[in-house]
Design a protein around this ligand. Structure first.
Ligand code: ADP
Ligand code: MG
Length: 218
C-alpha cells in the first residue's frame, strides 16, 4: 500500500486548522421560481443564494409578496424550482424524481404552517398536543415529547405565530427554540414578528425575490 491509502476524504464536521468544516444542510444556488398566471409570468424568486448550517435556526423576514413562502416550499420540495439548485442534506432536489423528492421530504423535513394546525410529519396525537399548547395552559414538557415523535432533521415554518396573540406566540417560539437547541433540528421560519428574531440564531431579509442581507441576530 502506498501513501495514498492513508489519505482520507474529509468527513462531515472534520476539524482542520481549528476550523470546523460542515456542509450546509440547506443550500440554494441561483434559485428561480416563476409562476404562470394566464399569460403573465410572475417571478417569485429571482436568483436566491441561501445557506443554512446543520443545527442553525434562521428567521426569514420581508414584505408580503417578496417570495418567502415560495422559498420555503421549494426548499421543502413542495414546489419545483424553475431554475437553479436546491440542496437538502447533500441531495439536489432539482435532479430527483417526484417520488424520490417526496421520500426525501417525508424523511427529513417537517412543516409548520400558520396556526400550527397542519404538521403532516406528526402523528394525530402530536397535532392534538400542539392544539393543546395553543389553546391551553402553557408549556408541558410531557406533551412536548409527543409532539417531537418524528423528529425530522429540518423544520420549515411559515408564519407559525401569524394568527396568535403574544402569549401563545411565545409558547410556539419557545417550543421551536427547544426543538432547535435540544434536538438539534435545523429551523427556517418565516415571520413578521420582530420578537421572534430574538429566539433565532440569524435573520435574513428578502425583497423582490432575493435575499438582501444576512444579519446576525446577536
Ligand atoms: P410571501 O410569502 O413573501 O408573501 P409568496 O412566495 O407567497 O410571497 O409570493 C411571491 C410572489 O409570487 C407574489 O407576487 C405572489 O403573488 C406570487 N405567487 C405566489 N404563489 C403564486 C401562484 N400559485 N400563482 C401565481 N403567483 C403566485
Ligand atoms: Mg407567505
Amino acid at each position: 500500500m502506498g501513501i495514498a491509502a492513508t489519505i482520507q476524504e474529509p468527513a462531515e464536521g472534520l476539524i482542520f486548522q481549528g476550523k470546523k468544516s460542515v456542509e450546509p444542510i440547506l443550500r440554494t444556488e441561483n434559485l428561480w421560481k416563476l409562476y404562470h398566471a394566464g399569460k403573465v409570468e410572475v417571478p417569485a424568486l429571482r436568483g436566491v443564494n441561501f445557506e443554512v448550517q446543520p443545527g442553525e435556526s434562521v428567521a426569514v423576514m420581508g414584505p408580503s409578496g417578496c417570495g418567502k413562502s415560495s422559498l420555503l416550499y421549494v426548499i421543502g420540495g413542495l414546489a419545483q424550482a424553475s431554475r437553479g439548485k436546491v440542496l437538502v442534506d447533500g441531495n439536489d432536489l432539482t435532479e430527483l424524481s417526484d417520488a424520490a423528492r417526496t421520500k426525501l421530504r417525508r424523511h427529513k423535513i417537517g412543516f409548520v404552517f400558520q396556526r400550527f394546525n397542519l404538521l403532516p410529519t406528526l402523528t394525530a396525537k402530536g397535532n392534538i398536543a400542539i392544539a393543546q399548547f395553543i389553546h391551553g395552559d402553557g408549556f408541558d414538557p410531557h406533551r412536548f415529547d409527543v409532539v417531537t415523535l418524528n423528529e425530522p432533521k429540518i423544520l420549515l415554518a411559515d408564519e407559525p405565530t401569524g394568527n396568535l396573540d403574544s402569549k401563545n406566540s411565545e409558547i410556539v417560539l419557545q417550543m421551536l427554540r427547544q426543538l432547535n437547541k435540544d434536538l438539534g433540528q435545523t429551523i427556517v421560519m418565516i415571520t413578521h414578528n420582530p420578537e421572534a428574531t430574538t429566539y433565532f440564531d440569524r435573520v435574513v431579509h428578502m425583497r423582490d425575490g432575493v435575499i438582501v442581507d444576512g444579519v446576525s441576530a446577536d
